[in-house]
Design a binder for this molecule. Structure first.
Ligand SMILES: Cc1ncc(COP(=O)(O)O)c(C=O)c1O
Length: 374
């Protein structure tokens, strides 16, 4: 059984719920005739918008009107739009093999303003100034952008064309730390699919090894996976799908499959950790854009986002870069749940060149005294 308190940073542990935000959850199920005076909800009849229509590239028009436009223009509970949350929970069940009851017992799911928002809230919830974090030896520059001001002490682990090497991870941890040591790294950040900037895809077997090491050393895995739905061929199973211990925080994004301008992502995390992330969201953005969430649920409900990326036989991959994504020919694959359901998020565009940020995918100098740990 995980002691989640160990993973919550000092600032996050001081966060308290906002009564107004908690009340809003209750008001969602109140009669529409009720005029709540507690939460500063504007009267939607005063808004100039009556409806919104979105025309898709195939000519389909989606109308957002009536109750949908009202909720798109009103404050939402911090967790997100109820209809969208329910669809997203279904998605996590289908794609990552969770069970619906997991959302009652151990995980929670919330929407956020793009996965970057979820990432920064997650990292800031866990990392105290100077604390260590395990990362790939070339990691996402915006992750360091969050961590550098906290003077995080990076433990970079050697990666090859298949991503982080489990043997090097084991060495990096065990050579300097004993299991359960209070100075042990408690967080591993991974961008397993089409990793930014290197483009590698972590195969299932490696993921399982990394997961097992994290169990042994009681480490939480942050799985930042915006390119998951853009994999050629069958998808590699996620860390979330292996999460027997409940130690994975998964960040998903709509940016690469619907639109980055919607600024919509979602976090799936164990309840005690999510609680602190939500408390941070309660005092920052309040919630992800309601208009984006309602547009999204409309698009997803109509089964619009169902065009799958053309499947290619895995054997045809080489370890050279394909559309910016480096894949190894030896990669084996066990899809967790090969779902083709109509409303599953999947891919509408070509995988972008993830190597574009490579210039910044290195570690900064040692301005912070806790500095760079290698
Ligand atoms: C690894 C990684 N994480 C997070 C993000 C941010 O995505 P979002 O638009 O959902 O905030 C990106 C964007 O390129 C990314 O490459």
């Amino acid at each position: 059984m995980i002691n989640y308190g160990r993973f919550i940073g000092k600032v996050a542990s001081r966060r308290q719920p906002s009564i107004i935000r908690e009340l809003l959850k209750i008001l969602q199920s109140a009669s529409p005739d009720m005029i709540p005076l507690s939460g500063g909800l504007p009267n939607p009849a005063m808004f100039p918008f009556k409806s919104a229509a979105v025309t898709l590239r195939d000519g389909t028009t989606l109308d957002i009107s009536g109750q949908a436009i009202n909720s798109a223009l009103q404050y939402l509970p911090t967790n997100g739009h109820a209809g969208l949350l329910s669809k997203l929970r279904d998605l996590q069940v289908r794609v990552h093999g969770l069970e619906h009851r997991d959302f009652d017992t151990c995980y929670d799911l919330v929407t956020c303003n793009g996965s970057q928002d979820g990432l920064s809230k997650t990292l800031e919830m866990m990392i105290n100034p100077g604390e260590p974090i395990i990362v790939d030896d070339h990691t996402f520059f915006a992750t360091m952008g969050v961590l550098d001001p906290h003077c995080a002490s990076y433990i970079p682990v050697e990666t090859d064309p298949e991503g982080m090497r489990p043997d090097r991870l084991w060495q990096a941890i065990s050579s300097r730390l004993r299991p359960r040591d209070p100075t042990a790294p408690k967080v591993l950040y991974s961008n397993p699919t089409g990793s930014n900037p290197c483009g590698s895809v972590l195969p299932a077997a490696r993921k399982q090894e990394i997961y097992d090491i994290c169990c042994e050393y009681d480490i939480i895995i942050i799985e930042d996976d915006p390119y998951f739905y853009m994999q050629f061929g069958p998808r590699e199973p996620s860390f979330l799908s292996m999460d027997r211990d409940r130690r994975v925080i998964r960040l998903d994004s709509f940016s690469k499959v619907l639109s980055s301008g919607l600024r919509l992502g979602f976090i799936t995390a164990p309840h005690p950790l999510m609680e602190k992330i939500v408390l941070h969201l309660q005092t920052s953005a309040l919630h992800a854009s309601a208009l984006s969430q309602v547009s999204d649920v409309t698009v997803v409900s109509k089964g619009v986002v169902k065009e799958k990326f053309p499947e290619s036989p895995r054997s045809s991959w080489t370890s050279s870069s394909v559309s910016g994504v480096t894949r190894a020919s030896t990669a084996t694959c066990t899809p967790s749940s090969p779902s083709t359901s109509a409303d599953e998020i999947s891919c509408t565009q070509q995988l972008s060149d993830t190597s574009k940020d490579s210039a910044s995918g290195h570690f900064p100098g040692e301005e912070c005294s806790s500095g760079f740990e290698s």
